[in-house]
Design a protein around this ligand. Structure first.
Ligand code: ADP
Ligand code: ADP
Length: 228
């Protein structure tokens, strides 16, 4: 599903953000990516999104070699990924329904398909009753549910969540984790970068730890750890 082989990413200032990283994530996995600030987590996500290119090594996504791709095929690769951010990034002038529909419109889905899919994902995240609300009328947890619905509406093979619970109180954070668990159970691979020690320790999922651009741990049923 996701494979990094001997990946090196060095920024122009000489910082090796990733230094010979090898990671293999299977379809259906749920993976926590942990590490202190500056460890290389965002760099790894940006490489998968094709926002940046590696200096060395190989990257594969859904059996496609995405190490070097033409600009023309970047949208196609991004479509394999659903992204969820800490700060939700919803369009404030669109309703919940419209925010999700928009993600389908920009990839050219038909009106019929949009009318079929949007209610489905709204139901999946438990927000059918908020379809006509605007983002600023929702709690933080509800906004994050909308952003998750938007991320999965085009059926990505992997959902990447970058600190999705970072702006939420503990109870709400757990509600979001239950939504992510549910989506994972339905077959979507989940990669979640996080600093939420309590969540990582309770969930007993695979944990990949990065430190100074290197993988320092990769454990099935891992823990957050104390080295950060
Ligand atoms: P994390 O997401 O784990 O906090 P990052 O991937 O953002 O880590 O950063 C890894 C390292 O690369 C850090 O030392 C950071 O300062 C550096 N870095 C990140 N982005 C850039 C950039 N655009 N230019 C130069 N250095 C960068
Ligand atoms: P939280 O304390 O979790 O942030 P809020 O107090 O913001 O939650 O919201 C509680 C409930 O009230 C939510 O269901 C939310 O949708 C609703 N709500 C919050 N602000 C507004 C608003 N401006 N207009 C309509 N409903 C709102």
């Amino acid at each position: 599903m996701i494979r990094l082989q001997n990946v090196v990413k060095e920024y122009k200032n000489g910082v090796k953000a990733l230094n010979d990283v090898n990671i293999h994530i299977e379809k259906g996995d749920f993976v926590f990516l942990v590490g202190s600030s500056g460890a290389g987590k965002s760099t790894l996500i940006k490489l998968l999104m094709k926002e940046i290119d590696p200096d060395k090594g190989k990257l594969y996504l859904a059996n496609k070699d995405i190490t070097k791709v033409t600009n023309r095929s970047i949208p196609e690769i991004r479509r394999l990924i659903g992204m969820v951010f800490q700060d939700f990034r919803l369009l404030q002038n669109k309703t919940v329904y419209e925010n999700i529909a928009f993600a389908m419109e920009i990839i050219g889905q038909s009106a019929k398909e949009i009318r079929r899919q949007v209610p489905k994902v709204l139901n999946l995240v438990g927000l059918s009753h908020k379809a006509d609300s605007f983002p600023n009328q929702l709690s933080g947890g509800e906004q994050q549910r909308v952003s998750i619905a938007r991320a999965i509406v085009n059926n990505p093979t992997v959902l990447i969540a970058d600190e999705p619970t970072g702006n939420l109180d503990p109870d709400t954070a757990w509600e979001i984790m239950n939504v992510l668990k549910d989506i994972n159970r339905r077959g979507t691979t989940v990669l979640m970068a996080t600093h939420a020690k309590d969540i990582v320790d309770v969930m007993q999922k695979r944990v990949i730890a990065l430190s100074e651009g290197k993988v320092t741990r990769d454990d099935r049923k891992g823990v957050y750890g104390y080295e950060f």
